[in-house]
Design a protein around this ligand. Sequence first.
Ligand SMILES: Cc1cc2nc3c(=O)[nH]c(=O)nc-3n(C[C@H](O)[C@H](O)[C@H](O)COP(=O)(O)OP(=O)(O)OC[C@H]3O[C@@H](n4cnc5c(N)ncnc54)[C@H](O)[C@@H]3O)c2cc1C
Length: 403
Amino acid sequence: MNAGTVREGTEGAGIVIVGAGLGGIRVAERARQSGYTGPVTLIGAENYQPYDRPPLSKEVLRGADRVELKDDDYYRESDLTLRMGVRVASIDTAAHAVVTDSGERIEYQSLVLATGLMPRALPGTEDVAGVHLLRTYDDCVALRDDAKDAKSAIVIGAGFIGCEVAASLHQLGVPSVTIIEPQEAPLAQALGVEVGNLVRRVHVEAGVDIRTGVGVSGVDTADGRASAVRLDDGTVLPADVVVVGIGSVPVTDYLDGSGIEVASRELGGGIACDESGRTSAPDVYAVGDVANWGARAGRNGRVEHWNNTVEQAALIGAELVLPSAEALALPYFWSDQFDLKIQMLGHPAPSDEVHIVSDDGRKFVAYYSRDGLLTGVVGAGKAGAVMKMRAKLQASTPIADLL
Ligand SMILES: Cc1cc2nc3c(=O)[nH]c(=O)nc-3n(C[C@H](O)[C@H](O)[C@H](O)COP(=O)(O)OP(=O)(O)OC[C@H]3O[C@@H](n4cnc5c(N)ncnc54)[C@H](O)[C@@H]3O)c2cc1C
């Protein structure tokens, strides 16, 4: 091993990782920690070394620089080959090689796919100036620049990213920020209507307008730029900036013709894996937002959360060196909106029974249960109360014992 250098040309063989985001770098890190000394090659389509995505809708949108996941010393000391600005176009599983979009072939012994998601566009607005999607640092900078002089911003979709972007745009000083959501409440798909409405309260108090139960029928333009958003009920809202936050799709286009199985939409899409990240092709694994751990056994295991990616990457990174099977820890997710940290532990589902166990008008804690058993905990500004439920969740505690 040639310690002390970052190689930039083709390395290949050993471990090759496609996607240099959170999952990709964490697999590389864990493989090295587990004692792997062979070549590790990380291939990423973006021009930046791996950085963290959650700050893009929060601090970075409000003006901070991007958060690098590792510094330059780390790359030198860990002897990784970084191939940034390189997109993998296809995979030749028979020859154990990936092919880049410039036609270069890079061979692998083990291949890890960590290509994440791409945001869904609002049909017809793909090339309209002033309409933004948010997944990458470049997306974030484009939105931030555009928001500087905006008088009104409209966020389409009140999921976590939409709500965070609305809060950040408001904090950036955009005078009018409106969220449009066809469901009954913000975050209803993730947290249910009752808890979603507790989050609505925080936004409304701050001055964000949230319109629920109404969809978007189109975006009007003037001089080639977005000028207004038309709603299903006929309302037309002026908009200098429009942010589309209507969900994302797994990036799997480069798998066409590879024979690597992709999960059906009904099963959550993404790369079909067994319960520990193995795809249908020998020596090929998948981690993170793109991976559907369980789909090959008929279960939708695709999760689009930071912690899930980190835990899967740790398992795969170690597995490439020493086969091991640890159980995944309890799912955990957080979201920052204004000064509130919203945290979710376990598997709460919108169809579960919801029990609001504390609510001071701003901060709250809700337990979720199914068939009489605790399934999840959601809290806002209540980290201690959420985290202390970890053991109860792991033990499938009857909800009656907790109320
Ligand atoms: C704005 C935003 C806010 C978020 N906030 C939170 C939060 O508050 N809490 C939370 O738990 N999670 C949050 N997340 C989700 C979290 O960031 C993801 O779960 C995590 O980044 C997933 O990591 P990943 O490695 O699977 O994918 P990514 O980090 O998306 O990395 C995938 C990489 O693969 C590259 N790639 C794709 N195709 C190719 C190809 N063919 N060849 C080469 N490279 C390719 C992409 O360019 C990308 O760089 C947020 C995400 C976003 C976008």
